[in-house]
Design a protein around this ligand. Structure first.
Ligand code: AKB
Length: 325
C-alpha cells in the first residue's frame, strides 16, 4: 500500500476539496493534511481542523515552496476551472488547469513524492463517444476547454507514471451532488442547486432540459472512490489516471420527481441555457468495470437514498436559518 504521510490538497475550499480535506484529516491525522486555498475564504471547520495555506498552483515556485515548507509527499490536486466557467473564459481554464497540473507533476517528480491524485471528469468525453455505458477505452474528443484540459491531464499524468515512475492516479468524476459546499462553474451544478431551491423556495428553474440524463454521484461515494483509489495497491492497477467511476444516472425530470416524493408542492421549470450543449456532449451512463476490477469500486447510494439524505441535511440547516452554511 502507498506510504502516504503528508498530504497537500489544492482547491481545498471547493465542493469536493472541502469535504475531502476533512475526510483525509480523519484518516491520516489532522496535522498531516494541509488545505491550500486561493480566493474563497475557508470555512471555520477547515480553518480549525488542520493546517491551512494560501497559495496558487499556477505559481510553480510558490507551490514548490509550500510543498517544501510542509514536507509534502502526496498532492491531491482538486483546484480546477470547471466546464461552464471554462466555456466563458477558455484561456483562464487552460491556464489554471494545464499549468496547475504540470506544476503539480513537476514539483512531485523533482521531490520524488509518494503519490499524486489528479481527478479527471466525464467531460473528457465528447459527442463522438458512445453515450450509454461509456466504455473505459473510447473516443476522447471533448468539445469544451475543460474537457480538453482533462484529457491532456490524463495523458500527461500517465506520461509521468511511465516515464518517471511517479505514482499518479485519477478518476473521471461524474456530476457530484453534496449538501456541504455548493459547486461553482460546472454544468452538473443544477443537480445540487435543485435541492437547495426545493428546500428554500419550493421551486427551481433548471438550466438543462427535463430529459437531460447525466451520470451523477453522491459525495460520500465520491470521497470513498477517491480515498480507495489513493490506497489501492499500485501493482494491481492496469489503469492509472483515467478510471471511469459510475454510480447513478437520471434525467433532470427524474431528479425533480424524486424530490417531489418528499416535497409534493415542489415545482421544477426548465429553461436551457448554454450549458445544455455541454450536457448533450457528455455520456449518460458509465461503464466502470475497470475501477471495480482493479481496486474494488462499488457505490452505495442511488437517487432515492441520496435524495432522502440530502433533504434531511438541508432541511435541518434551513430550520436553523443556515441553509447556505
Ligand atoms: C462540471 O459540470 O463541469 C463538473 C464535471 C462533471 O466535471 N461537475
Amino acid at each position: 500500500m502507498p506510504d502516504i504521510k503528508k498530504i497537500l490538497v489544492t482547491g481545498a475550499v471547493g465542493q469536493i476539496g472541502s469535504e475531502l480535506t476533512l475526510a483525509l484529516r480523519e484518516k491520516y491525522g489532522a496535522d498531516n493534511v494541509v488545505a491550500m486555498w486561493r480566493k474563497t475564504e475557508p470555512s471555520e471547520v477547515l480553518k480549525e481542523s488542520g493546517p491551512l495555506v494560501k497559495g496558487d498552483v499556477v505559481d510553480a515556485n510558490a507551490f514548490a515552496g509550500v510543498c517544501d515548507e510542509y514536507d509534502i509527499d502526496t498532492v491531491v490536486h482538486m483546484a480546477a476551472i470547471l466546464s461552464a466557467t471554462g466555456e466563458q473564459n477558455p484561456m483562464l481554464c487552460w491556464d489554471v488547469n494545464m499549468n496547475g497540473t504540470i506544476n503539480v507533476l513537476e514539483v512531485a517528480r523533482e521531490r520524488e513524492m509518494t503519490q499524486v491524485l489528479i481527478p479527471s471528469s466525464i467531460a473528457a468525453f465528447g459527442p463522438e463517444t458512445p453515450r450509454v455505458n461509456t466504455p473505459q477505452e473510447t473516443v476522447l474528443k471533448p468539445r469544451t476547454m475543460y474537457g480538453i484540459t482533462k484529457v491532456a491531464g490524463e495523458l500527461v499524468s500517465d506520461y509521468y507514471f511511465y516515464k518517471y515512475g511517479l505514482d499518479v492516479r485519477g478518476l473521471r468524476y461524474p456530476g457530484i451532488i453534496s449538501a456541504e459546499t455548493l459547486p461553482g462553474g460546472g454544468t452538473t451544478d443544477y443537480a445540487v442547486e435543485i435541492y437547495y431551491k426545493a428546500v428554500e423556495e419550493g421551486k427551481y428553474n433548471c438550466f438543462v432540459r427535463e430529459d437531460t440524463v447525466l451520470p451523477m454521484m453522491y459525495m460520500p461515494d465520491c470521497l470513498k472512490a477517491t480515498m480507495d483509489l489513493m490506497e489501492a495497491d499500485v501493482a494491481k492497477l492496469k489503469h492509472h489516471s483515467d478510471f471511469n467511476v459510475g454510480s447513478m444516472s437520471f434525467s433532470a425530470g427524474e431528479l425533480a420527481a424524486a424530490i417531489k416524493k418528499h416535497i409534493p408542492e415542489f415545482e421544477c421549470t426548465y429553461e436551457p441555457d448554454f450549458r445544455q450543449a455541454i450536457a448533450d456532449s457528455w455520456p449518460q451512463s458509465i461503464d466502470d468495470g475497470a475501477a471495480r476490477e482493479e481496486w474494488g469500486w462499488a457505490p452505495a447510494y442511488d437517487l432515492d437514498s441520496m435524495t432522502k439524505d440530502m433533504l434531511e441535511k438541508l432541511e435541518a440547516r434551513h430550520k436553523e436559518g443556515k441553509l447556505y452554511g
